[in-house]
Design a protein around this ligand. Structure first.
Ligand code: PMP
Length: 315
């Protein structure tokens, strides 16, 4: 049984269809070979109405993911951006998660992707806090997963592709089975990479450190936002390889991502990080981040795209 909160309509290849009618054929290429690229985006209810966080950057990453896999959407970045705004508006959503997906559709079953149609869909639906309501203040306990992130010459980590999430699922399943909120993967060199669906920051002697893109990470848009906010708050920031044991002795650790936003990590492999409570740097980054997405602080970087509510319920 589906347990997600439905909205009314889903955008499929340029048309709105009823949520329950948004279906694909079981012989679609994507279903057999993981051939999709996608995004996860949040729209926030701000003081000034509903707005989508860093829409342009998300759609740019979607187009780049598609480029890596030689998938040409029939829709331009501008059209997909507009469709995201319309999907939020049409469903009358104030705050939601937005999921655009570009995928290889139904033509033939065979690994060769040439000749498969490239379909595009966008759904928007309500979604709460990813790691539970307390996670943002109390933090989460994580472990180092036994599965490594894919090596750079196996699957391209910079593409946010469906198939990559088989690796994420193994990590997440292991975390849950072992009683943790999340697992952090090492890369195939043994250095820290990222969580199953989020990037990682360590605070060491007042400086923020995060693994570089060469550590098989997805280049997170929240990660880029944290780097910017931290710099502007006066912290030193560094993208540098992180050995596993640095996580045990760091002053603070936190995850960044669309789903987790900015979530403190309070232990790794049951080794407590510093005092085991959210640290002051993490709190300062959270305040800056949530200040912008709630509209309590000015949108000084132009990160919010307002959803034109007048357009709602058009179709
Ligand atoms: N890494 C992985 C594997 C992810 O799935 C995500 C979520 N998209 C992130 C990092 C964080 O990226 P973002 O901040 O763009 O959501």
């Amino acid at each position: 049984m589906a347990n997600m909160i439905k909205s009314e309509k889903i955008w499929m290849n340029g048309e709105f269809v009823a949520w329950d009618d948004a279906k694909v054929h079981v012989l679609s290429h994507v279903l057999h070979y993981g051939s999709s690229v996608f995004e996860g985006i949040r729209a926030y209810s701000t003081r000034n109405g509903t707005a989508i966080f860093r829409l342009g950057e998300h759609i740019e990453r979607l187009m780049n993911s598609a480029k890596i896999y030689r998938m040409k959407s029939q829709f331009s970045a501008e059209q997909i951006e507009r469709a995201c705004l319309e999907t939020v508006a049409v469903n009358g959503l104030k705050e939601c998660y937005i999921r655009p997906l570009v995928y290889r559709g139904y033509a033939h079953v065979g690994v060769n992707p040439v000749g498969t149609p490239i379909d595009t869909m966008i759904a928007a639906y309500p979604w709460g806090k990813y790691l539970g309501d307390d996670a943002l203040t109390k933090g989460v306990a994580v472990k180092i997963g036994t599965w490594a992130r894919m090596a750079p010459n196996t699957l391209p980590a910079l593409a946010k592709a469906g198939g990559n999430y088989l690796n994420s699922q193994l990590l997440k399943l292991e975390a849950i089975e072992d009683g943790y909120a999340e697992a952090i993967a090492l890369d195939t060199h043994g250095l820290v990479s990222e969580g199953s669906g989020e990037n990682l920051f360590a605070v060491v002697k007042g400086e923020l450190v995060t693994p570089p893109v060469s550590s098989s990470i997805l280049a997170g848009i929240t990660r880029a936002s944290v780097l910017r906010l931290a710099r502007d708050l006066g912290y030193n920031v560094r993208e540098a390889p992180i050995p596993r044991e640095l996580l045990y002795i760091a002053d603070e650790l936190f995850f960044s991502g669309t789903a987790v936003e900015v979530t403190p990590i309070t232990s790794v492999d049951r080794v407590v990080v510093a005092s085991g409570e959210r640290g002051p740097v993490t709190k300062a980054i959270q305040d800056a981040f949530f200040g912008i997405v709630t509209g309590d602080l000015p949108d000084r970087y132009g990160w919010l795209t307002p959803v034109p509510q007048g357009a709602a319920k058009r179709k």
